[in-house]
Design a protein around this ligand. Structure first.
Ligand SMILES: [Zn+2]
Length: 512
């Protein structure tokens, strides 16, 4: 079946005056010296490689004032064809329509004159652009294994060995916004010696590019690579080398566990192809290393790069948890049979990692199952839920240890109720219970004594008569002792408060 022929799509735009002017200027430079599109060289390998194209350009140079002959030459697809085509622009002194090509470095415009391949037209018409002019000689260079460097106004071929000139190296380091310190150009977070010796820097994994032929090491930490793109690509856009991967060693320096020897760098090919940025290369390597460690299926606890081996307590101590977090972490980690590798994490953050699997079980070990079920479904952090469960359990324990009475007389029952409430539920609940004071003077005096002991008498004072206040001040110390009593001291403290307030009944017999 015959395919329908679609019209070819061209992206053509009207040239702005400034773009056109620039192009005409370059065409004039080309007219003055058509050899400007080729790099300078001194070696025989380059000489041989460029001899063919030099012969063609010599021919064009000799006919550069003959428009008809240039027209004929511009039908060639080669670099020479692009030179001839662009010389035609120098003659016509105009280039009103430009085509657009999208390169990895961005959009570039050029004028299509003749039949030359667009990469050659781009190179010739941007002969003052150190990156774009490389397009003109890339094919020859790769075929003949040449090493070519292009910067500012210089453009050189160094033959079959990588050998970047000093000026070129300085140009690149400057492009990267780095400073060369000896043989190291690193961000401010990576000390020179560390970068040189491939030593890790705490909490700062970094990209290390060793540029062998330049004898330069480039080091960028993870946070500095957030905006650095792909640094290798930023360098290689100004050079052509047949074997980039042997001239540039790419490594990510940074261990999950300190001092575990050298670590392999993954995804280098993806990085070389430009598919990963500096930052992505660092992050994906650190993730991979973490994952590899996890896969080992050994119990090991690692926090911020430090291994605690199987020492759960040491590991938990380093997290500095609250008591309830400590309890839960210890309970959970005892049941883990694989490495736990974390960094920069709070106890709650670590609990979250295990909460789905172990949350309900931990809670059930603290409180009864119904309550555990209620708690686990609360909209709160693991740490917050554990705190609630923990405090409930503590109250239960205190409550179970306090002495119990039956048939206490009214005043005694009130004092016991307030003190018990305070021991079990704390301050707020106690303050609200104090409002239910018996209305007689003894009851109100004790009530006022409790308020004084709790430091909350001030705004309640108006409720009390002078005699109740006076009596309350006398009883304050007894009230405080009852509030602060251990379960063992509680009974005597209650007895003393009652006796000081003039209650005569003996409560010894009312103990259960
Ligand atoms: Zn940095």
């Amino acid at each position: 079946m015959k395919k329908t022929r679609r019209p070819k799509r061209f992206s053509v735009r009207t040239a702005s005056k400034s773009v056109e002017k620039k192009l005409l200027q370059n065409a004039e430079k080309l007219y003055e010296d058509p050899f400007i599109v080729l790099p300078k060289f001194e070696d025989n390998v380059s000489k041989k490689a460029f001899s063919g194209i030099i012969r063609q350009i010599k021919k064009i140079d000799s006919i550069k004032d003959n428009v008809d002959k240039l027209e004929r030459f511009s039908k060639k697809k080669s670099l020479a064809g692009a030179v001839a085509g662009t010389l035609l622009i120098a003659h016509s002194k105009k280039a009103p329509f430009l085509a657009v090509v999208r390169l990895p470095t961005g959009e570039v415009t050029y004028a299509q004159r003749g039949k030359a391949d667009k990469k050659f037209l781009v190179a010739v018409q941007h002969l003052d652009d150190p990156s774009l002019r490389l397009l003109g000689v890339r094919d020859i260079a790769l075929k003949r294994k040449l090493h070519i460097y292009s910067w500012n106004n210089s453009f050189v071929s160094k033959g079959d060995k990588p050998s970047p000139p000093k000026e070129f190296i300085d140009f690149i380091i400057d492009k990267l916004s780095l400073n060369l310190n000896g043989d190291v150009a690193s961000c401010k977070h990576i000390p020179m010696e560390k970068a040189r010796d491939k030593q890790e820097v705490e909490n700062r994994p970094y990209l290390r590019i060793q540029w062998n032929s330049a004898n330069v090491i480039i080091a960028l930490c993870k946070s500095c690579t957030k905006n650095s793109g792909n640094t290798l690509f930023s360098i290689t856009r100004y050079l052509i080398e047949p074997d980039i991967s042997s001239d540039f060693n790419i490594e990510v320096i940074g261990h999950i566990i300190k001092d575990r020897g050298e670590v392999e760098t993954f995804f280098v090919d993806k990085y070389l192809s430009g598919a990963l940025s500096d930052y992505q290369l660092i992050v994906s390597n650190m993730e991979k290393r973490r994952e590899n460690l996890r896969k080992k299926h050994e119990v090991e606890f690692i926090l911020d790069g430090k291994s605690y081996g199987d020492d759960i307590d040491g590991f938990i101590n380093a997290l500095n948890p609250k008591p309830y977090e400590r309890y839960a972490l210890s309970w959970i980690l005892e049941k883990i049979d694989h490495p736990v590798v974390v960094s920069n994490i709070t106890p709650n953050g670590l609990l979250e990692q295990f909460w789905e699997e172990y949350g309900l079980d931990v809670l059930s070990s603290l409180v009864d199952e119904d309550l555990a079920n209620d708690l686990v479904s609360l909209d709160d952090t693991p740490s917050g839920i554990l705190k609630t469960a923990w405090e409930y359990k503590e109250r239960q324990e205190i409550s179970s240890k306090l002495p119990r009475y039956k048939n206490l007389p009214t005043i005694a029952a009130f004092a016991d109720h307030i003190a018990r409430t305070y021991h079990i539920f704390g301050l707020e609940k106690t303050l609200s219970e104090i409002r239910n004071t018996p209305s007689d003077t003894k009851g109100k005096s004790i009530s006022y004594a409790f308020l004084l002991a709790l430091g909350r008498a001030g705004d309640q004072k108006w409720r009390y008569s002078n005699i109740e206040i006076e009596m309350g001040e006398f009883l304050e110390e007894y009230a405080r002792r009852l509030l602060e009593a251990t379960p063992e001291e509680y009974h005597n403290a209650l007895k003393e408060l009652l006796s000081a307030s003039g209650v005569s009944e003996n409560i010894d017999d009312l103990l259960q």
